[in-house]
Design a protein around this ligand. Structure first.
Ligand SMILES: Cc1cc2nc3c(=O)[nH]c(=O)nc-3n(C[C@H](O)[C@H](O)[C@H](O)COP(=O)(O)OP(=O)(O)OC[C@H]3O[C@@H](n4cnc5c(N)ncnc54)[C@H](O)[C@@H]3O)c2cc1C
Length: 371
């Protein structure tokens, strides 16, 4: 039962954003900056944002050598270049907007471990550098001369460096967005699960049966979008991340590392090993919206830690969690109108750190000009 005051002051907005991940917060911020008097509300189902944005590994990356080569199977060279450009520019934009210190952004380089079955990729390194030259002006990828000093197992035949990649603290990035949204006067309600959406009338209903009306609605629910809009073309993909106890030995490398076309990734944080991925070991099992650890993938990652990254060492694990991403037939987000008053920006894949801010800007522009 709502009071007269609640009905009068709490339920009507110029823009309602559903989802407070990187994209939802970015959309609300860009919109509010252009429409200073607009009443903007974000509805987030979690106590705090609980999607991929707070569960990821914090890689500020735009593609390892084998990931980019893999992209050529589904994309034209121009599309590959455009995607790399989008990701690289996105990273520069967040550094500029929030500051490297605020994000704990380190330009420590990206690295890829090349094992026997990927050695062929090295033959294409020069060609990929040529393709990327218009964007970066200098070679992006080079092989690390003394990679044996990094201490990886002998199965690692080479290490390829990407000098333009880095790493950040995802929690700090989300906090920066949240603080900026609050500074701008955007209202954020957490613990507010939208259970019904009316894209043409601009109405959303919470599971507690409270109805909010927006002149415009932005759906930024990424992997969870099908519950509200079943026709959107995406599938969920779960990712596992594990963080070890503090290590009692010196880690002989720094930077953010990938293996196996980007499916496995690791870095050091606070003297610990952060290791994640392995979705390709059970694609079907990981096509899930449930946060749950898949024992097969956990075993696989633990094996990589003790056999490939730190061969012969025992690693004790202290933290493990999963997060849900959204994927589709193409490696590009969906940013489009889905009703008279509603638009979506979803399906960020494993690229949201890099492109979330820009995707939010594109959705905000669509909401301002495309209706
Ligand atoms: C394990 C893992 C590792 C990753 N590593 C990296 C990486 O290193 N680098 C990188 O660039 N990207 C990485 N990603 C991908 C990146 O985190 C995502 O692309 C990005 O966070 C997507 O942001 P988003 O705002 O679209 O979605 P989300 O962060 O998922 O936000 C969606 C929000 O909507 C809310 N929501 C959903 N349904 C409702 C509803 N009905 N009502 C109200 N609220 C709702 C959710 O609670 C959530 O907070 C990783 C992802 C995972 C899971």
């Amino acid at each position: 039962m709502l009071s007269y005051w609640e009905k009068k002051h709490f339920l009507n907005y110029d823009l309602i954003v559903v989802g407070a991940g990187f994209v939802g917060l970015s959309t609300a911020i860009h919109y509010k900056r252009k429409n200073k008097r607009a009443r903007v509300l974000i509805l987030e189902r979690g106590v705090f944002p609980t999607g991929a944005s707070t569960k990821n590994a914090g890689f500020a990356c735009f593609g390892s050598l084998t990931e980019i080569l893999d992209d050529f199977w589904t994309m034209t060279p121009d599309e590959v270049l455009q995607l790399v450009e989008r990701r690289f520019k996105g990273l520069n934009q967040i550094k500029k907007e929030f500051g490297k210190k605020e994000l704990e952004f380190k330009d420590s380089g990206g690295f890829e471990l090349i094992q026997e079955d990927q050695v062929e990729a090295l033959d294409h390194l020069d060609n990929v550098n040529k393709l990327l030259k218009p964007l970066f002006k200098k070679p992006v990828f080079s092989t690390v001369k003394a990679h044996r000093k990094m201490g990886f197992s002998d199965s690692v035949k080479s290490v390829v460096k990407n000098q333009f990649e880095g790493e950040l603290d995802s929690g700090k990035y989300l906090n920066s967005l949240w603080s900026l949204a609050e500074e701008l006067g955007i209202r954020i309600l957490t613990g507010a699960t939208v259970s019904q959406l009316y894209p043409d009338s601009g109405e959303v209903i919470l599971s507690e049966n409270v109805l909010f009306s927006g002149k415009k609605i932005a759906i930024c629910t990424n992997a969870f979008t099908k519950k509200l809009l079943p026709e959107v073309d995406l599938v969920p993909g779960r990712g596992l991340v594990m963080v070890s106890e503090p290590l009692d030995f010196r880690i002989p490398w720094k930077g953010s590392f990938h293996m196996d076309k980007g499916y496995v990734y690791f870095r050091k944080i606070d003297g610990r090993l952060l290791l994640g991925g392995g979705r390709n070991q059970d694609f079907e099992g990981e096509q899930s919206e449930e946060n749950q650890i898949n024992p097969k993938i956990e075993r696989y990652l633990k094996g990589i830690a003790e056999e490939v990254i730190f061969p012969g060492k025992k690693i004790n694990w202290q933290h493990s969690w999963t997060g849900i991403m959204a994927f589709g037939p193409k490696k590009s987000p969906i940013i489009q109108k889905v009703g008279e008053k509603t638009a979506v920006a979803v399906r960020l894949g494993g690229m949201g750190v890099a492109i979330g801010w820009q995707v939010g800007k594109e959705l905000s522009d669509l909401l301002r000009k495309g209706f």
